[in-house]
Write a protein that binds this ligand. Structure first.
Ligand code: NG6
Ligand code: CA
Length: 515
């Protein structure tokens, strides 16, 4: 990817997209002294008890869901991580730039350092800002030297503090990076990373399966770290490598430390947890706790982390003044590339709840995710069916904290997020692996896409069809009745609006079946 091109593109778009609009800051509400955003990785719409899971116990997440506003029609922008995280931070649809897709661990920073971000907006509004956990938006400007300062990094996007993994738990480099420096690196054992070729003499999952303790199913057959074969090649940095089973504790420790150290000032913490993404590596004390194998066990582990984080806020008397937002970057997947019994031990559990599809899918389960807003003694508990997107947090939180940042694709829905209004978005474009669909009111329209209907590796219906699909989610949440043929007027009306929203130059390539 060409970073300089990105910068040019972004510079051209950004000043127009985001600006000082003269909107009055939100005066009716007290501002939260602190904001904590808890963001899980691949947690499905049906993976919490509060969202209907029967076999999984998630009491701490449920406390946020049942004591706050629990959204039933909240979406990530996308059915995969990088685009969703991009939209969350920038308030901009990821499909506007074709380079915004799942990144390797060596990718350059995707966001222009001049761009408005959630962290920058909150920093400018007086919050001390920190990220702990998964980043997955690229680092540096190409050919990162992992042995010196990595720049630009989140600290150039408005984060005062960062403690991150570069990409995902299954991608190299498997090290934590603190404020641009690999944590615990021994200069005599430098790190090298490549996504093109192996380093001479280094074992791989493909050639040395006998060295692996977790078996790869598809992909994930490059460097072996802690017995787990990864995506990408890595050499050196032995002392700096994370222990997968300790990751939940490591990240929680960092998040708690950030709160303790900043409790006297307003802070914003983006706690980007790794569960239940692959490789699923519960700490031994969580092994077997769900009866569903590692996928269930890491959800129990994540729930415990959420509880511990809440305790830290409680112990510091911060609950009344802290707004907590909880969500996930995309929908659920069982087999995402390792044999880990997620399919075999699932039992009756429905990770997507009543929804069709899953991660990578244009069907609902790809992007409709758990989303809760909790603010003790300020936000009243309720269930909200309003249509909202994570992308809306930028303008909405700006409104809440008195910042005049608005615009891009981010709508100011602060009254909806705080449970005072049910008037969400009218429409939203959903994205999955660079394809888009259109939600408007209770309806969703998926244009025709070539390609297999089922991704056979992960065994998920991804939404491809030669025909238009049109569903009324109000009475068909599982998207079983395609109404495209029986309701051509609705299809045509939605298609027209979709094409306008996708913007100039957009074409649905397959022939419109109405004609
Ligand atoms: C895919 C990986 C998958 C996961 C995903 C990113 C293969 C075959 N599959 O390419 O395992 O890492 O990328 O997930 O390599 S996400 O939640 O970060 O988007
Ligand atoms: Ca994800």
């Amino acid at each position: 990817m060409n970073n300089s091109k990105n910068i040019l593109l972004a510079t051209a778009i950004v000043p127009l997209a985001f600006g000082v609009t003269g909107c009055a800051p939100h005066k009716k509400d007290v501002k939260p002294t602190n904001i904590v955003l808890i963001y899980l990785d691949d947690l499905g719409y049906g993976d919490m008890a509060a969202y209907g899971a029967k076999g999984l116990k998630t009491p701490n997440m449920d406390r946020l869901a049942n004591g706050g506003v629990r959204f039933t029609n909240a979406y990530s922008s996308s059915a995969t991580s990088t685009p969703s995280r991009y939209a969350l931070l920038t308030g901009t649809y990821p499909w506007r730039d074709k380079d915004i897709k799942i990144l390797p661990g060596s990718a350059p920073l995707l966001i222009n350092t001049e761009q408005m971000t959630l962290s920058r907006m909150l920093k400018n509004a007086g919050y001390h800002t920190g990220i702990v956990g998964k980043w997955h938006l690229g680092l540096g400007s190409g050919n990162v030297d992992w042995n010196s300062q990595i720049s630009p990094c989140p600290n150039e996007l408005g984060f005062d503090y960062s403690y991150i993994m570069a990409a995902t738990q299954d991608r190299v480099p498997t090290v934590y990076i603190k404020n641009g420096f690999v944590e615990g690196l021994d200069p005599n054992d430098p790190i090298e990373v490549s996504y093109k070729k192996n380093f001479e003499g280094e074992p791989t999952g493909k050639l040395n399966p006998e060295l692996t303790t977790m078996k790869w199913h598809h992909g994930h057959n490059h460097s072996i770290i802690n017995g787990i074969p990864r995506i990408g090649f890595m050499k050196g940095g032995e002392k700096a490598r994370w222990n997968d089973v300790d990751m939940a504790d490591d990240l929680l420790d960092e998040a708690q430390l950030f709160i303790e150290e900043n409790k006297e000032k307003p802070f914003f913490l983006y706690f980007a947890m790794q569960q239940p993404h692959v490789p699923r590596t519960p700490h031994p004390r969580f092994e077997g706790t769900s009866g569903m194998g590692p996928r269930g066990d890491v959800i129990v582990e994540a729930d415990w982390s959420v509880g511990e984080l809440i305790k830290t806020l409680e112990n510091n008397n911060l609950m009344d003044e802290t707004l907590i937002i909880f969500s996930s970057d995309n929908g659920p997947v069982l087999n995402d590339g390792y044999y880990d019994d997620a399919v075999e031990l699932l039992g009756e559990h429905l990770p997507a709840g009543p929804l069709r599809g899953g991660k990578y899918s244009l069907f609902e389960a790809g992007t409709r995710i758990p989303f809760m807003v909790y603010w003790e003694n300020t936000v009243k508990p309720k269930v909200s069916d309003a249509l909202v997107c994570q992308m809306d947090l930028l303008s909405s939180l700006a409104s809440l904290v008195g910042s005049d940042v608005r615009g891009g694709d981010s709508e100011d829905l602060i009254d909806v997020f705080l449970g005072k209004s049910d008037k969400g978005r009218d429409a939203l474009i959903l994205e999955a692996t660079s394809r888009t669909a259109f939600r408007q009111g209770d309806w969703v329209m998926i244009p025709p896409y070539k390609g297999a209907a089922i991704n056979k590796f992960v065994n998920t219906e991804v939404g491809n069809s030669q025909e238009y699909q049109l569903y009324n989610l109000k009475n068909d949440i599982g998207q079983r009745n395609n109404l495209a043929k029986s309701n051509p007027e609705k299809l045509k009306a939605m298609l027209d609006d979709f094409i306008v929203m996708r913007g100039k130059g957009y074409k649905v390539t397959e022939k419109l079946i109405l004609e």
